[in-house]
Design a protein around this ligand. Structure first.
Ligand code: SF4
Length: 249
């Protein structure tokens, strides 16, 4: 089910910065015309306070743009939002391409309020052609592992899955995570990426599910439960087109 937030594993989202996001990932949905010019109007502090007062749930920070752009260094807006949400009854999931800054700046908050630090991992290698300004994948993985060693809960978004052939190797490398999301590349045509990964998804994702459950002992689910995984609906749609010819387990 897609929650009230529009994110399948969350009840609420709080976006801190408006698009365009300085990391400039070419697969990002916020490059689509309907998102590109969104400007967040109300105060982010007010938005966080509003969410904090809602019934207990899962909150994702941030949805429309990365919560740790360079301007966070002098504005500290994300830090203020996390201070509010951290004190609430919610489970808080932060998603950023820059877990280095998240840890250096706000590692204390993640520990104090038991918030989850997450990053999108698109490959085991750097992919500057897709993520020109973001810290590269190996750096993101290294920082997430460090966070895990510090006792911070870690989650990983394998969305968009750009290198499905690496999927099992990625899961092996990322097995320290508490929660893993696997999602397809969407809007490929609108974003002029012209990448057709369906056949690879069809072959590799069902095998990854078996691997997650039988080798890593992950179960379908989502935070606050740990050792859980979630296959996004768009990915299921792709797989289910081929159900008559595929055995998943
Ligand atoms: S970091 Fe996230 S929000 Fe920013 S461009 Fe990349 S995918 Fe989009």
């Amino acid at each position: 089910m897609v929650g009230r937030s529009g994110v399948e594993y969350a009840d609420y989202t709080v976006s801190v910065y408006s698009p365009p996001c300085p990391y400039g990932c070419i697969y990002c949905f916020n490059r689509l015309p309907k998102f590109r010019h969104i400007k967040l109007k109300s105060s982010r502090i007010q938005a966080a306070l509003r969410v904090a007062m809602q019934p207990k749930g899962v909150v994702v920070v941030s949805f429309l743009s990365d919560p740790y752009p360079p301007e966070e260094y002098h504005k500290g807006l994300t830090r203020q939002v996390l201070q509010i949400l951290g004190k609430s009854h919610h489970t808080v999931l932060v998603l950023t391409k820059n877990p280095t800054v998240a840890l250096v700046r706000d590692g204390d908050l993640f520990k104090k309020y038991d918030m989850w630090l997450g990053s999108t991992i698109t490959s085991l290698q750097p992919l500057p052609e897709y993520e020109p300004n973001a810290p590269p994948n190996p750096e993101r993985i290294r920082r997430l592992r460090e966070a895990h060693r510090m006792g911070i809960k870690v989650w990983i978004s394998l969305e968009p899955l750009l290198r499905p052939r690496q999927l099992i190797r990625m899961l092996k490398r990322l097995s320290f995570a508490d929660f893993i999301v696997i999602g397809s590349l969407n809007h490929s045509r609108q974003l002029k990426l012209h990448l057709d990964l369906e056949q690879d998804y069809l072959y590799y994702v069902p095998r990854a599910i078996v691997y997650l459950e039988s080798e890593l002992l992950f179960e379908p689910g989502s935070p606050p439960q740990t050792n859980t995984y979630l296959i996004k609906q768009e990915m299921w749609r792709i797989l289910s087109k081929h159900i008559p010819t595929v055995t998943y387990r």
